[in-house]
Design a protein around this ligand. Structure first.
Ligand SMILES: Cc1cn([C@H]2C[C@H](O)[C@@H](COP(=O)(O)OP(=O)(O)OP(=O)(O)O)O2)c(=O)[nH]c1=O
Length: 199
């Protein structure tokens, strides 16, 4: 399979992509992650995945003589239509946990693959964009305030959308999911492989 570039700073996405035995390198992609006014969750997550892949692709066109297809991804946690980002502090985290406790919510992960051909440093065909969005339902057990605080003190929630990591300590709060476990962690492997096959 063709070598690609991954536009991500997430160690989880790196590990997941390695699980597909894909040959890849990392490329930096700085994007503004602010949700637009009135933007619905599914539009938002897909826009960010495409923006990350596109930003990574543009870095390559400026610096490299050949361009690799660039993969970008974004994961959001949604409850009652509200997108929960990464918690800014303990109070923000507790607010999120109270919303998630004892009920079901949605996790969306979007993936985007941007590719193109460079001839003499010029992009000859423009950018091609392949993308997909995966929805997973996640059930949380009812949590006590003490459980929430203990979890915050573990340090795990801070860099994670929705303030939890299903692959870590939060596994004890989640009796079931419907969808893709890998998508919740950050990269839906089946769907990523399907995009790579379309290259
Ligand atoms: C819900 C959930 C999220 N997460 C993580 C996945 C993502 O890394 C993060 C969501 O933030 P993202 O903005 O999707 O990704 P990121 O900022 O970590 O990395 P990059 O943009 O550079 O690719 O939350 C888990 O690890 N486990 C979970 O159960």
């Amino acid at each position: 399979m063709q070598k690609i570039a991954l536009a991500s700073a997430s160690p989880r996405r790196r590990e997941l992509l390695a699980q597909l035995a894909v040959n890849f390198e990392l490329v930096k992609a700085e994007v503004d992650e602010t949700q637009l006014p009135g933007e619905i969750a599914t539009d938002y997550v897909l826009r960010l995945a495409i923006s990350k892949a596109r930003a990574g692709f543009q870095v390559q066109t400026q610096t490299a003589t050949e361009v690799l297809p660039v993969l970008g991804a974004d994961t959001i946690v949604v409850v009652d239509g509200e997108v929960l980002g990464k918690p800014t502090d303990q109070a923000d985290f507790l607010r999120m946990m109270r919303l998630l406790s004892g009920r079901q919510h949605q996790v969306y992960t979007a993936i985007a693959l941007v590719s193109g051909d460079l001839v003499n440093g010029e992009l000859v065909t423009g950018e091609r964009v392949l993308s997909d969005t995966v929805k997973t339902e996640v059930w949380f057990s009812a949590l006590t305030e003490a459980q929430m605080l203990d979890y915050w003190r573990s340090g795990e929630p801070a860099d994670k959308a929705g303030g939890y990591g299903i692959q870590g300590l939060a596994s004890r709060f989640i009796p079931k999911i419907a969808g893709s476990y890998f998508a919740v962690v950050g990269l839906p492997l089946y769907e990523t492989d399907q995009l790579l096959q379309q290259l």
